[in-house]
Design a protein around this ligand. Structure first.
Ligand SMILES: *[C@@H]1O[C@H](CO)[C@@H](O)[C@H](O)[C@H]1NC(C)=O
Ligand SMILES: *[C@@H]1O[C@H](CO)[C@@H](O)[C@H](O)[C@H]1NC(C)=O
Ligand SMILES: *[C@@H]1O[C@H](CO)[C@@H](O)[C@H](O)[C@H]1NC(C)=O
Ligand SMILES: *[C@@H]1O[C@H](CO)[C@@H](O)[C@H](O)[C@H]1NC(C)=O
Ligand SMILES: *[C@@H]1O[C@H](CO)[C@@H](O)[C@H](O)[C@H]1NC(C)=O
Ligand SMILES: *[C@@H]1O[C@H](CO)[C@@H](O)[C@H](O)[C@H]1NC(C)=O
Ligand SMILES: *[C@@H]1O[C@H](CO)[C@@H](O)[C@H](O)[C@H]1NC(C)=O
Ligand SMILES: *[C@@H]1O[C@H](CO)[C@@H](O)[C@H](O)[C@H]1NC(C)=O
Ligand SMILES: *[C@@H]1O[C@H](CO)[C@@H](O)[C@H](O)[C@H]1NC(C)=O
Length: 575
């Protein structure tokens, strides 16, 4: 798909592709620069600017890309790609569906590879083996700490999953932090016994006399991803860190651990690409977080009871739809989602009446879309108001969360867990739609878990057959056209799956889209149609990453950034 010339990656861009860019420049020198690149250039450069990429919802900066910045490396050169052939020429932008085409591929094969890595990791580093190590070995062992608070489930779950991923990269054991003796979301989620609790590690540390006999204190090194100036995610070889425990904080999305793909140390990059795949190869992005979640968590009995009540002993649903509506009832969102479900069912070509699960933060949305789907599918959803089960009686926390109603909707907290595990039973497709931002962390993890569950089933039916049906699972993003008048630029926030595509390469004024969506949301690196929004260019700059308008990374800049970064190590003494 992409061609590499020497060590630098370039994309060839024709002048017609970027009339906008040309218009921005008046300087003759610049124009020459641009014109030179029309010929197959060796060092030609085209400057890409986004004239009117808007600020974000936090009232951020408006206006175009900083032109002096972009020149410094909005340098773009050669692109040769499938789209060129398909469109019979170079295209200057892509629709979401076109972008999604790059993600159709044999994900299941890569996911099975990662599943094996995860299994082997926990066989070696799981609590059952490590806790029985002789003292000398135990006291040398390393851990990664993961902790979630009881905020939004998607973001908080990502904190734990990132910790798990990091534990694999570093060949350490996983600790899941508790609060007052309780696991995060402990009422709704059960944790497998692969991980430790901090309490258990402290107990074993004392029991084995790690301080007394080996002079080894239980020290935790903390790295805060939220503070670019302080994190060493890119600039340090974490495999060399000596502290027994490492806590990589505030990793609320799928991109946090993928930063290691760009770490300046080869050892870290290799560890990351073992898990996440090669960053430039979009066809093979393993379902890392889904596979991890499947191994680490399961719904509590109370949640299972509610899920089973909805399924009524029938088959698992074929398709799940998640709509994040923020109390809004958009007719266009409904219409787009409806078309997307129909498309998913057409691909299925099944003969029996399909089952569709509906999940939303806005219960009235479900009531409004339901009559439209009833005609061609059996609709299932969790009606919490009429549910009398253990969970609805035992849990009584919602009254303290009134301030969340605008964000999470009026349903009690526990309903989100029933919805999550209900939707993740989908056999074939998960569709994500929204009033504004599509593919939230919650929806991503529903799809990831469903795909991981499905892969298991597909393979138990066709054991040993290399070309099993495991590849038939899909995650679709449903966009109503009014979300796309300015391209994908409304998809701000790293938690949203299309955020890395929200820059100037996304076409404006797109019609409704129902797009294939990666189960592992990509970071910025090197995808064909990725382009950042100015806010993210600035934020990545603080991490040391100079990103061009086309989403390519200046590796030399990063290396010198890391060289000059002054080292501060934050640790906490536990024992
Ligand atoms: C534009 O970039 C230049 C050079 O990096 C910088 O000095 C200036 O502050 C930037 N302006 C804005 C508005 O970001
Ligand atoms: C930008 O990239 C070009 C070509 O890759 C390089 O020659 C130039 O030095 C870079 N500029 C900066 C400021 O890094
Ligand atoms: C962990 O759980 C598995 C299955 O749930 C069980 O077979 C195993 O004995 C458990 N190990 C420990 C140490 O509790
Ligand atoms: C991981 O650690 C175990 C000991 O806990 C060691 O036997 C193994 O070789 C390590 N693997 C890698 C890839 O470093
Ligand atoms: C980062 O994580 C720490 C520990 O969980 C927390 O105290 C802090 O508030 C977090 N920072 C942000 C900006 O969320
Ligand atoms: C619903 O969404 C539309 C389109 O985004 C917006 O114009 C409208 O103000 C929203 N309504 C409410 C009540 O939030
Ligand atoms: C619900 O709670 C009752 C009483 O504690 C218990 O007997 C029953 O097994 C529970 N049901 C489920 C599905 O957990
Ligand atoms: C649930 O919360 C309400 C309001 O805080 C309280 O009055 C009630 O006693 C609680 N019920 C249980 C079973 O804890
Ligand atoms: C899958 O395997 C079957 C035989 O097991 C073969 O006939 C079929 O062509 C294969 N399909 C693909 C897509 O490779």
């Amino acid at each position: 798909m992409r061609y590499y010339h020497g060590s630098r990656r370039r994309r060839r861009v024709s002048i017609q592709s970027f009339p906008v860019a040309v218009a921005v420049f008046t300087g003759f020198g610049l124009l020459m620069l641009i014109l030179r690149s029309v010929d197959p250039p060796s060092h030609g450069a085209v400057f890409l600017s986004s004239l009117e990429v808007e600020g974000d919802d936090r009232g951020g900066v408006r206006g175009g890309l900083n032109s002096s910045f972009a020149l410094r490396n909005g340098t773009i050169s050669e692109v040769k790609d499938v789209y060129k052939q398909r469109s019979g020429g170079l295209k200057s932008c892509a629709t979401v569906e076109e972008m999604g085409e790059s993600f159709k591929g044999a994900v299941w094969k890569e996911s099975l590879r990662v599943r094996r890595i995860i299994q082997e990791h926990f066989a070696v580093n799981g609590a059952s083996r490590i806790q029985n190590l002789p003292p000398e070995q135990f006291c040398k062992h390393g851990f990664v700490f993961g902790k979630a608070s009881e905020a939004g489930f998607g973001n908080e779950m990502y904190k734990i999953l990132n910790a798990a991923a990091l534990s694999i990269m570093l060949n350490r054991s996983l600790i899941i932090g508790q609060t007052r003796g309780k696991y995060p979301f402990g009422n709704y989620i059960s944790y497998s016994n692969h991980s430790f609790t901090l309490k258990k590690v402290k107990h074993l540390w004392r029991k084995n006399g790690c301080v007394k006999n080996y002079g080894r204190h239980l020290v935790m090194r903390i790295d805060d991803f939220e503070k670019p100036a302080k994190t060493y995610v890119l600039c340090s070889n974490w495999r060399k860190w000596k502290q027994p425990i490492i806590w990589f904080q505030n990793t609320t999305d799928a991109v946090a651990c993928q930063f290691f793909l760009k770490n300046v140390y080869r050892e870290m990059r290799d560890a990351a690409s073992d898990l996440f795949g090669k960053p430039e190869d979009f066809q093979s992005r393993p379902n890392v977080f889904g596979e991890l979640m499947k191994v680490l968590v399961s719904p509590s009995e109370d949640v299972v009871e509610a899920v089973n009540r909805v399924l009524g002993g029938g088959a698992d649903p074929d398709v799940s739809l998640h709509m994040r509506m923020l109390m809004n009832r958009s007719v266009r969102a409904t219409q787009a989602a409806l078309n997307c479900i129909k498309k998913a069912l057409r691909n299925l070509r099944q003969t029996s009446r399909p089952r569709v699960v509906l999940v939303s933060d806005t219960p009235s949305f479900i009531r409004s879309i339901l009559p439209n789907i009833n005609g061609f599918a059996e609709v299932l959803y969790f009606d919490y108001k009429h549910f009398q089960g253990n969970i609805s009686q035992s849990v009584n926390l919602s009254h303290s969360l009134d301030f969340r109603v605008k964000d999470w909707g009026p349903a009690p907290r526990w309903v989100a867990f029933v919805d999550f595990f209900l939707a993740s039973r989908a056999k074939h497709t998960v569709v994500s739609g929204a009033q504004r931002r599509v593919g939230t962390t919650y929806a991503q993890l529903i799809a990831a878990l469903a795909a991981a569950n499905h892969l298991a089933n597909a393979f138990s039916f066709s054991f040993g057959r290399e070309n099993s049906t495991g590849s038939s699972f899909s995650f679709l993003s449903s966009f109503q056209s009014n979300l796309l008048t300015g391209g994908l630029k409304l998809q701000v926030g790293w938690g949203h799956v299309w955020n890395r595509f929200a820059g100037p390469l996304s076409c404006r004024n797109q019609p409704n889209q129902c797009a294939f969506t990666p189960l592992l949301p990509p970071a910025w690196w090197d995808g064909l149609w990725q382009s950042p929004i100015p806010r993210d260019i600035r934020r990545l700059m603080a991490f040391g990453i100079k990103l061009s308008g086309f989403g390519t990374v200046d590796e030399a800049h990063l290396r010198s950034f890391c060289k000059s970064k002054k080292s501060t190590v934050k640790t906490v003494l536990i024992i």
